[in-house]
Design a protein around this ligand. Sequence first.
Ligand code: GLY
Length: 372
Amino acid sequence: MIERGLERAETQAVILAKNLQDKEAVLPRTWENGQLKTTTYSGWVSGFFPGVLWMLYGETGRQDFRDFAEEFTARVEPARKLTNTHDLGFMLMSSFGQGYRLTGNPHYLEVIHEGTDSLLTRWNPSLGVMMSWNPNGKWKYPVIIDNMMNLEMLCFCSRTFGDIRYEDIAITHSKTTIKNHFREDASTWHVVSYDPEIGGVQVKNTSQGYSDDSAWARGQSWGLYGYTMMYRETHDKAFLEQAIKIARFLRDHPNLPSDKVPCWDYDAPGAPNTQRDASSAAIMASALIELSQLDPDAEAAGWLDLAIMQLRTLTSSEYLAEPGEQGGFILKHSVGSLPGKSEVDVPLSYADYYYIEALLRLKKLVGSDHTI
Ligand code: GLY
């Protein structure tokens, strides 16, 4: 399964890179109605395709992957100065972070450092959270669960530059989010908007989910991945406990289909027999593989089993594109925003990114002394 997935990823990534080579300054987003849809550096998904190329370079050592990875990473660079978005961790860690891990290029480190300082312009120490989206008519200070994913870059900077300030902010954001973003059953709201004047929560809503009270699938996966990552980075037991609570909620959910690829929202009408979201499964599988190595309890083996079931489904012909299919994207059947009628049942660059990350995490375990 791992080899089949990675080989297909290699074939597809070259096709997609060649499709984009002569188009200046853009990066892939999706393939819809037979057409490649792109973003610029400022879209939240800009870093994922460079990240795919870096991971494939790391896996194969092939020079063409490195050349493509360098070229597409450079297209993301202007993001380092953005202060109007919280997505800098997604954009820069998947591209420059992967590139730095594999090459040690000091320029890549500089970009990450500046991008992290740009991200910190969105930190409010009184509220204890970073702002996700800018205020609008509805929300005064919106924070989305996805923001947990941007914290890895803060932890990375503390570790690399010896400045604990970054990690302290990541820890505080994570703890405030445990307090305000999660329901009794460990499912998460998508959007929690704070009120800086009263210093607390304004309102809890959704944006991409079925309803304010539903469990939007990708949001649950971001939470699981985010707290697993924060435990890896800090060894704070509160984060491990949160990750395990989320994992149990997802594992035991009556609407998780038997092939373990979630529907776009666990509470969507018709679930579990409605539109699937492969991106949620890929993110969740990658997180569960890591969690299986961090959770000291017997339950940990189950996290790995569940991840393997998800990867088997994603690697089947139902989800894995045929060579040359859908412009070079790897996985089929993801959902960007169903309520927004945007990117429904299409490939998405982040589904591909976390799918490859999950396969590589699993491959590393297979090649080690860990019990599978
Ligand atoms: N961070 C946006 C999304 O997951 O759709």
